[in-house]
Design a protein. Sequence first.
Length: 268
Amino acid sequence: MHPPRGSRPALPRLASRLAAALALAAALLLPAASPAMAAGVTISAEPLLAGHVRPGAWAGVRVHLENDGPLVDGELRISGSQQGRSTFGVAVQLATGASQDHILYGQPGFFGGRFVITLVSGGATVATQDVSVTAHDAYTPTTFIVAERPEGILADIRRGATVPQSNAPVVVSIGTDDLPERIEAWAAVDRLVWQDVDSSRLSRDQLTALRTWVSAGGRLTIVGGTTATTTLGAFPAEIFPFTPDRTVDASPTDLASLLGTLPVGASA
């Protein structure tokens, strides 16, 4: 028995309609490509304090943005990697050829992990960058070293900070740019060691945060150097027990009366 005349052309039409419906469904289900993703925006980010944080405390991330495309008017956001964490952001405007740096502050999860930095414009994601951080509990002592040549003192400081039957200390060398400008982000710093680095490299906000941190119990250690009278000038005077005004040469014998028996290997 032959099918009714005119029924065969309906099959191609049905297949065509089915294909169109499937294509429409795929377009609705798949995430739409953001035209801004190809607009020439690049993003890079690095955590302050070399990525060492306290669980749940504030931490800072420096974000660098460059735009080789058209104007982007949006918001730069930071959020923790854990679901449900709060998101914080600042408004940004990137003109063509713009190169900008921003400091964002967020709260990492209790196990560290990472921050997610996102640039959003018009409801679409323009660029994103993950930033890894390491969380240390309150029982892990942390020491951050700002020094012209940290390799000369790192081992001794680590040895001095190690306490038997306690968590191994975290001893990290950082630059002046790694110190946060907000006191809330200093929670990860137990001790700051400073040696032979010009304090004028710190911004006014960094110096204010440092002073507040010291007044709250933070331990600032100034290690001897030949440039103390000039490199310490920007520090608030009230954080020092005295103000150095000159340098003197001292021999091991001169120090013996203060420190006791000379260490093995020291020459008088």
